[in-house]
Design a protein around this ligand. Structure first.
Ligand code: XMP
Length: 585
């Protein structure tokens, strides 16, 4: 399918969002590198130059082929793109002094085709440099309190620049502005409806795969399952293989569930590789969280290398499929562990060779999570599966805490100090600190409200939990020297299954984005383990709020968990992210 609008990518995190917004208007748009030759853009109805983090004043910053500005094709420069227009056409761009970030208000200073139906309204700004004077032939069409040239245009040459981001929801008239550009200025016609998205992706898969087959290391997560299904539809079940590595670190029933889902999807080449023994051996005796993660990453590499050899996936007849989605491809400012785990996979020499030689298909890279879910629904994957909570790659290993020492729980003026370290995010670094446990009076809500203050005022803790119930007094408990064993994993699997079925029964699962259940080696000689409940709400995992469970419900759940002989106490994590992380290590 031929794009009517092309978005030139200058490295901005919203580039794909711009293309998505144009497609939402019913016009097919694609994304191309910023320096695409003008000749390749000649057939477009319009070109949008995206925003980007660089400075147009810096040498070597992303650029465009300036000949495209003389094609007669309408061009809209957004943010960095706006500054590039000014720079190429003889305006002046100044290095900013204080920048303008977040919400601002647009003053429409001059009527313009872009402003049809747009008045003084809220916009979203994120820039440091500014256009100080417009090129000859241009006029200023909008300003803000800080930016004299928030928008400019040369209607004769159909060139438009806006300093703000019309593609984000915080720019209230953003869609109207894009609509004015795409239809009134470019004269594009509707040629895209959402129902053509899937066939278009399938066409692309066939074009990349040619006569080769595709294999996936599937995780049972939403992204790899949807990507796999698209390939299955594009090439048929005989040409698409899915390999699921059972690490032994999965939740109860997970392997069976994944198997049945792939069966339902019509996969005939779905292999389960049972690698539990290998992973448990790699983890044997390890207690340090970073060492555990590393051992798992390395084991993934070994297992994948073994599979690549035994299945002959490197013989030139295969392309690697991956469920990478758009946010995975951008740099994220916080903890990009999803990327990190993918780096582990990418480090597999064979996988790297496939990537280096272009033998890779990632059909979901243009899409955001909500679009992936929509596509999944269109493909007939059940809503229940598509709304699964995220689950970390290293699995239950990072929820099964280990201890190098045996130490007593100690009472402090603020509460009980648990002799265990969990991870948090304080500043840029991950910090391992102790956990403070408060008795459950006052109420959970009150503890949650003071948790951050307690953490900020005590340098030795980064997490606050409340005691929901225990079979022994907290003061009599201690930590036990422990590492990952099948027995401990089975106990955690059982507790996690109890929590999950309780949440399904009560509907609590709908209130949470993720609900880690964590096993701590803290208890008494009779029952050496405790369980932490960590229900949180989040948009993208970068920040998180604690979700509180109603008192009576929590009591019921606690009672159920405490019926398990090995469990000494049930705790509720009341730490938001930051300063805590969602997972405990
Ligand atoms: P944190 O614990 O950093 O987690 O607040 C944020 C999100 O990332 C998930 N997570 C991981 N996912 N491999 C993954 O694939 C990992 O090593 C990993 N560690 C954390 C976590 O479950 C949460 O959704």
């Amino acid at each position: 399918m031929h794009p009517q609008i092309t978005v030139l990518d200058t490295g901005g995190q919203y580039t794909h969002l711009i293309a998505r917004r144009v497609r939402e208007l019913g016009v097919f748009a694609d994304v191309q590198p910023s320096d695409t030759p003008a000749a390749d853009l000649a057939t477009r109805k319009g070109i949008i130059i995206s925003g980007g983090p660089a400075s147009v004043c810096a040498p070597g910053s992303p650029d465009i082929d300036p000949k495209m500005l003389a094609l007669g094709t309408p061009v809209l420069g957004i943010c960095y793109g706006h500054q590039l227009l000014a720079k190429h056409l003889g305006g002046r761009v100044l290095k900013g002094e204080r920048g303008e970030y977040g919400i601002a208000h647009l003053n429409v200073t001059c009527q313009d085709a872009l402003w049809n139906g747009v008045e003084h309204s809220q916009i979203w700004m994120s820039h440091f440099d500014t256009v100080a004077s417009v090129p000859a032939g241009f006029r200023v069409t909008g300003s803000t309190e800080i930016s004299g040239v928030a928008a400019m245009s040369d209607p004769g040459r159909k060139l438009f620049g806006i300093q703000f981001h019309p593609e984000v929801v915080h720019t209230h008239a953003g869609m109207r502005i894009l609509e004015n550009f795409v239809f009134d200025i470019c004269g594009a016609s509707k040629d895209w409806d959402i129902s053509r998205r899937v066939p278009a992706v399938e066409e692309q898969i066939r074009a990349v795969a040619r006569d080769r087959n595709i294999f996936f290391f599937v995780s049972g997560g939403v992204d790899s399952t949807v990507a796999y299904t698209l390939c299955l539809r594009a090439l048929g079940p005989d040409r698409v293989y899915g390999i699921y590595v059972d690490t032994g670190l999965m939740r109860k029933g997970e392997t069976e569930l994944v198997r049945s889902i792939f069966q339902e999807l019509g996969a005939t080449h779905f292999l389960v590789d049972s690698a539990e023994d290998e992973f448990l051996a790699a983890l044997d005796g390890l207690q340090d969280p970073e060492q555990k993660r590393c051992a798992i990453g390395e084991e993934f590499v070994r297992v994948q290398e073994r599979i690549l050899m035994t299945e002959h996936f490197l013989d030139g007849h295969w392309v690697l499929g991956q469920g990478t989605i758009y946010p995975d491809t951008i740099e994220s400012g916080g903890t990009a562990k999803a990327d990190l785990i993918k780096t582990h996979h990418n480090r597999v020499a064979g996988v790297q060779a496939l990537i280096d030689s272009g033998r890779i298909i990632e059909p979901l890279t243009p899409f955001y999570k909500d679009e992936v879910r929509e596509i999944g629904r269109e493909l007939g994957i059940s809503t229940k599966f598509l709304s699964r909570h995220p689950f970390p790659g290293p699995g239950l290993a990072i929820r099964c805490l280990c201890s190098e020492v045996e130490a007593q729980v100690t009472e402090t003026p603020n509460g009980f100090l648990l002799p265990l370290r969990s991870v948090g995010v304080q500043g840029d670094a991950r910090s391992y600190r102790n956990v403070l446990c408060l008795a459950r009076n006052p109420a959970l809500e009150d503890i949650r409200n003071i948790a951050t203050a307690l953490i900020n005022s005590s340098p030795d803790i980064n997490r606050v939990v409340a005691l929901c119930g225990s079979n022994w007094p907290l003061a009599s408990m201690r930590s036990f020297e422990s590492s990952i064993t099948k027995k401990r994993l089975d106990l955690l699997r059982e507790a996690d299954a109890i929590v999950r079925s309780f949440c399904t029964e009560t509907g609590f699962e709908e209130q949470v984005w993720q609900f880690p259940v964590v096993l701590l080696p803290i208890g008494t000689n009779e029952a050496r383990e405790s369980i932490v409940l960590r229900p949180i709400n989040s948009l993208d995992g970068m920040t998180a709020d604690v979700v509180l469970m109603e008192q009576q419900m929590l009591q019921q759940l606690t009672t159920r968990l405490l019926q398990t002989r090995e469990i000494a106490a049930v705790l509720y994590d009341l730490t938001s992210k930051p300063p805590g992380t969602i997972e405990w290590e």
